[in-house]
Design a protein around this ligand. Sequence first.
Ligand SMILES: Nc1ncnc2c1ncn2[C@@H]1O[C@H](COP(=O)(O)OP(=O)(O)O)[C@@H](O)[C@H]1O
Ligand SMILES: [Mg+2]
Length: 134
Amino acid sequence: MDNGIRVTIRSDMDIVTAREQGRALAEKIGFSQVERTVIATAISEIARNIVEHAQEGEVLLDHCQHGAKRGIQITARDKGPGIPDVARAMQDEYSTGKGLGLGLPGSKRLMDEFEIQSEKGQGTTVTMRKWMPL
Ligand SMILES: Nc1ncnc2c1ncn2[C@@H]1O[C@H](COP(=O)(O)OP(=O)(O)O)[C@@H](O)[C@H]1O
Ligand SMILES: [Mg+2]
């Protein structure tokens, strides 16, 4: 990441910071008000998962480009307990905590691209992208 923003995530305040930094970057890239809110919502959910399920980690925000397409890329990573069954965690309403279990599947629906890499005991990395309409 050359020009990106890094937000350390440990508390609810950090979640707000990541969300607002993401919103500001999305505006700079040119996303509409509605799209900015969608992106901010996905960032909140993924950052919240770090606080709730891994205690600490970080969110990286950056531009991305693919041919003529421009967009925003969000990476959330932690060295927490990891997710033993990612397919299951991606199902609606599956939660090992007190959550609604909609954070991961909901964020996937809000973004254009969504990948999770996670291994039990190793931590979790979520990468999401949203592209500007051409
Ligand atoms: N960063 C993470 N580290 C470890 N486990 C996670 C992480 N993010 C999500 N999970 C697991 O995936 C499940 C589903 O996540 P999510 O859809 O956000 O639901 P919720 O957070 O409401 O439980 C969580 O209950 C948890 O078991
Ligand atoms: Mg969640």
